[in-house]
Design a protein around this ligand. Sequence first.
Ligand SMILES: NC(=O)c1ccc[n+]([C@@H]2O[C@H](COP(=O)([O-])OP(=O)(O)OC[C@H]3O[C@@H](n4cnc5c(N)ncnc54)[C@H](O)[C@@H]3O)[C@@H](O)[C@H]2O)c1
Length: 356
Amino acid sequence: MIYKTIHVEASRSYDIIIGRDILPQIAGSIRPLTGDCRLCILTDSTVDALYGDKLVDLLTDAGFAADKFVIPAGEASKCADNLLDFLNFLAECKYTRSDALIAFGGGVVGDLCGLSAALYLRGVKYIQIPTTLLAAVDSSVGGKTAIDIPAGKNLVGAFYQPVLVYCDTALMDTLSPEIYRDGCAEVIKYGVILDKQLYEILQRQPFEREYVVSRCVEIKRDVVQQDEFDNGLRGLLNFGHTFGHAVEKLSDFAVSHGAAVAKGMLLAARMAPLCGLCNVADELVELLHQYGFDLSVDYSADEIYEAILSDKKRRGGDITVVLPRAIGNCTLVTLPVERLYELLKQILTEDYEYKA
Ligand SMILES: NC(=O)c1ccc[n+]([C@@H]2O[C@H](COP(=O)([O-])OP(=O)(O)OC[C@H]3O[C@@H](n4cnc5c(N)ncnc54)[C@H](O)[C@@H]3O)[C@@H](O)[C@H]2O)c1
């Protein structure tokens, strides 16, 4: 049953349909947007094994011609080789501008498919069917698409909005606890940055998935509508990410994205009172522990600082970080990088509570 339809007004307007067990009705939502066209599903090996045939059958039974292109599961698939292979596949199958692509999977598939849609024939329609919690609340919404290149993650991409996001929360039942928890880090992030009520709901597990996904999507929608091309406010969504990306990178991606964001959120919360803001760190620790996050940080202030600077691809100047003023209220703080280094040294002393 459809739980909620959320409308996004951006450079392209579209609906995000959220509900449980709604996949069987998907064709009815696609047809008004595309007419009778060919649909090419991009998915990964795990999602394909679980749900690939089901989606193809649903679409073909409804009269669509559907093809499938499967990439290996995992971040390594978000690469230039797969982008080109997929584009070649579309060209060889003679997909036209009136056909559409479907991203069926987590953020890896969503980002790769979105960029392919932006590039193929200078732009074709695409639909997001997120199958991870992270993709549902974050990557499928807002139109950021990208691949990783050897020089860094997400360095090649485009802003390109889908025509529809169709989120069946039942698909997440098969996620491993670790991957589900990764998504919970992003959900907690939304609570801290903009919604105290959501944060309080998250304190009572298990949460109602449809409500939580809808609320996070509304928050992201509201931010994206005000700053689609990431020139200011959208930076709020990076709470925990500046430090998290540094940890992820230093661990050579052994620490997953969500686990790194959890550590990053705590580092930001510990930094806030040193910048004259409120101290919500202890409260945040309690919630993150409740979700089973390991909050230890194995790296020194020097290592984290260097990783942040290399991530930003520059030296010197200012850097903007997201710091909490209170639960449900974060702010963007721009600091000289030297000040950031000082703050990191103050936090990550030998007796940092979560030093591994
Ligand atoms: N575009 C954006 O705005 C944005 C925002 C946040 C993250 N991202 C990107 O998203 C990616 C991370 O996304 P992710 O965490 O979804 O990773 P992912 O796509 O790699 O999925 C994680 C794992 O879950 C498996 N999986 C997916 N759905 C499943 C299901 N229903 N049941 C069982 N297993 C399933 C996948 O096969 C994969 O192994 C990163 O590349 C990140 O850069 C993009």
